[in-house]
Design a protein around this ligand. Structure first.
Ligand SMILES: *Cc1c(COP(=O)(O)O)cnc(C)c1O
Length: 414
């Protein structure tokens, strides 16, 4: 053991232009830094949490009482949601990329019998879980969902709303309808759709559990709260069967947000030591979303994603995604196979784009919280430069044409 104090940690400013985290909004960071030192039971901290709960219901579009934030990241919220699944429960999980794949792993862990878990604890082969694997680059559609639920008649079904690994939107309406038709309780990973897409939980009654994250559409990376929402039916099921967790227990965690015995109360009661800084940041992030409105932000994402998509297509890339916060693309033929090199080249210049995390290797460029013409043009210019740096050729005229058509301007030629 060496006895050494490291210099203060400096982290450079980067442009987070990947699938997530998005660039945290300056307003959110300002509230984080401005919060006073106050304990987790201070009146204003508790009031802030109750206000967040009410704002979250608007962001999710729901009257579900059990709507609140789970301390942590998207996986914390997903772990809480999946904690209702018990060993031996029959589950159908749809996968079409990295994240729904990890969701399915979580489900196999929760539903495994003790013997199944002991046989392969990090990757249990759980007999009661059926994983329907839809190929990377395609969406989970109505037919696949209907066929699987009709055939297996599970207790639970799970799907990612937007699969960030492959950039595909799955059919959440068909999922909800099929769950209703077959008496299945639907669980949705909405980590990358909340605050980006325009949807309302209460329009999708077949889905009983929803889990999201702070760092994507909610623009709040300072490790804060991962939004969740559960229907009364989910909570009743959970209460009857229990869950093998304390910190991440939906009923216990809800108490600190002023939800006790299925009803709103004026003030939360202790569950764990929440941070006033985190509450202040999360509160501002929700205000920011509601001030503009989810519907307007969703439109704005759609508009700007179309520009980025057409611009990279004008550079010869092939886009295989249909999410509005992200384009997932194959490089032009002469650069095929050099995706990792290109991503690393961009990252070395603090331009944070991403490769896919599971095969096939593709490039992912995101626009989370970059909803203005200048920011999108900056991303396009940096990406065009990177392609040229690797020896690719681009036609500036074609890119300018896209920018002219959409924004009425062009990137000045270098
Ligand atoms: C990002 C993401 C996750 C994981 O979220 P963390 O905040 O990294 O824990 C899970 N599911 C989907 C669909 C995601 O996009």
């Amino acid at each position: 053991m060496s006895d050494h104090i490291f210099p203060q940690l400096e982290i450079p400013e980067t442009l987070a232009a990947g699938p997530g985290p998005g660039n945290t909004d300056a307003r959110v960071l300002a509230r984080f830094a401005a919060a006073g030192v106050a304990d987790h039971m201070h009146g204003d901290v508790l009031r802030g949490m109750v206000e967040c709960k009410h704002m979250l219901r608007q962001v999710w579009g729901t009257d579900n009482v059990h709507t609140f934030g789970v301390a942590g990241t998207g996986w914390s919220a997903l772990d809480m949601m999946f904690s209702a699944i018990k060993p031996g429960d029959k589950v159908v999980a749809f996968t079409n990329g990295t994240f729904s794949g990890i969701d399915a792993l979580t489900i196999r862990i929760k539903a495994a019998t003790a013997e199944e878990l002991a046989a392969n604890s990090l990757d249990p082969q759980t007999a009661s879980v059926t994983v329907i694997d839809v190929p990377h680059g395609t969406s989970v559609d109505a037919q696949v969902i209907e066929d699987a639920l009709a055939k297996h008649k599970p207790k639970w079904a799970a799907m990612a709303h937007w699969e960030t690994g492959s950039g595909r939107i799955n059919d959440v309406q068909a999922f909800s309808d099929a769950c209703e038709r077959h008496g299945v309780m639907g669980l949705i990973d909405a980590v990358s759709s909340l605050g980006v897409g325009d949807f309302r939980i209460d329009d999708l009654p077949g889905i009983v559990g929803w889990a999201s994250c702070p760092q994507k559409g909610i623009c709040c990376l300072p490790l804060t709260y991962a939004p969740v929402s559960f229907t009364d039916a989910f909570i009743a099921e959970l209460k009857a069967g229990g869950a093998y967790t304390y910190a991440n227990h939906p009923i216990f965690e809800a108490r600190h947000w002023g939800i006790v015995d299925g009803a709103d109360v004026e003030k939360g009661t202790y569950h764990r030591t929440h941070s006033g800084y985190a509450v202040a940041a999360f509160h501002e992030a929700l205000r920011l979303t509601l001030e503009e409105s989810v519907a307007k932000r969703a439109k704005s994402y759609g508009r700007h994603e179309a520009v980025l998509r057409e611009a990279v297509e004008a550079m010869g890339c092939e886009v295989t995604s249909n999410m509005t916060s992200l384009v997932v693309l194959n490089l032009p033929g002469d650069l095929a196979g050099r995706e990792m090199e290109l991503v690393q080249h961009c990252r070395a210049q603090n331009f944070g784009i991403w490769p896919t995390l599971s095969a096939p290797v593709q490039v992912r460029i995101g626009i989370l919280n970059q909803l203005n013409n200048a920011a999108i043009m900056d991303i396009i210019a940096r990406f065009a430069k990177a392609i040229q740096d690797l020896g690719g050729t681009i036609s500036q005229d074609k890119i300018d044409d896209v920018l002219h058509r959409h924004y009425g301007v062009a990137i000045a030629a270098e």
